[in-house]
Design a protein around this ligand. Sequence first.
Ligand SMILES: O=P(O)(O)OC[C@H]1O[C@H](OP(=O)(O)OP(=O)(O)O)[C@H](O)[C@@H]1O
Ligand SMILES: O=C(O)c1cc(=O)[nH]c(=O)[nH]1
Length: 214
Amino acid sequence: MSDFRQDFIRFALDKQVLKFGEFVTKAGRLSPYFFNAGLFNDGASTLALSRFYAKSILASGVGFDMLFGPAYKGIILAAATSMALAEEGRNVPFAYNRKEAKDHGEGGTLVGAPLKGRVLIIDDVISAGTSVRESVELIRKAGAEPAGVAIALDRMERGTGALSAVQEVSQQYGLPVVAIATLKDLMTFIDGSEALAAHRAAVKAYRDTYGVDA
Ligand SMILES: O=P(O)(O)OC[C@H]1O[C@H](OP(=O)(O)OP(=O)(O)O)[C@H](O)[C@@H]1O
Ligand SMILES: O=C(O)c1cc(=O)[nH]c(=O)[nH]1
């Protein structure tokens, strides 16, 4: 595991964004861990998070001309990541959408830079892939080209079929999905931590039941 992925897991645990316990996922599964990106909720943690996104995007080599953040959580993620990319010498425009169309002023659902060229979608997690599907439609409708999806944590678990939602998105749209860290990275981290030893068996059992191969 490259260092920034390990650092990201440590950071998410420190901020209690990543927690162990018993959580019900959107798919109704009882998960021994949960990632709540809404808890990156101050300036310092958002700055650190945005730098992790920028690192993983640049390390992936994915080509893109601008960022798109789906409402609501994607909005802050796209804005913050654009700042971290600018720090790295990549100043790219960003755009986002409103969940409900505005019927006065400039109107519509799209805000920010005009969607054009290769657009990288920035979100926290992919569960069923709904948010990505909607983003791809918006981007194509505007005459631009989806370039990929950047997320924070890939849980690497099956959707309704044999593939994970991340793999389905990749396959269906031919888009690379770039995650700062994956369940595999989390398991490597747990294996190296005595303090987390008590959670090892539950996470492994969950992966054995619902997981997909890397
Ligand atoms: O792959 P999916 O099934 O779409 O699930 C993932 C999406 O769900 C959450 O957003 P949500 O739509 O709940 O909106 P929010 O950003 O306003 O919380 C999350 O931020 C992703 O965008
Ligand atoms: O599957 C989900 O609903 C889910 C899992 C997770 O770890 N984090 C999240 O925001 N949603």
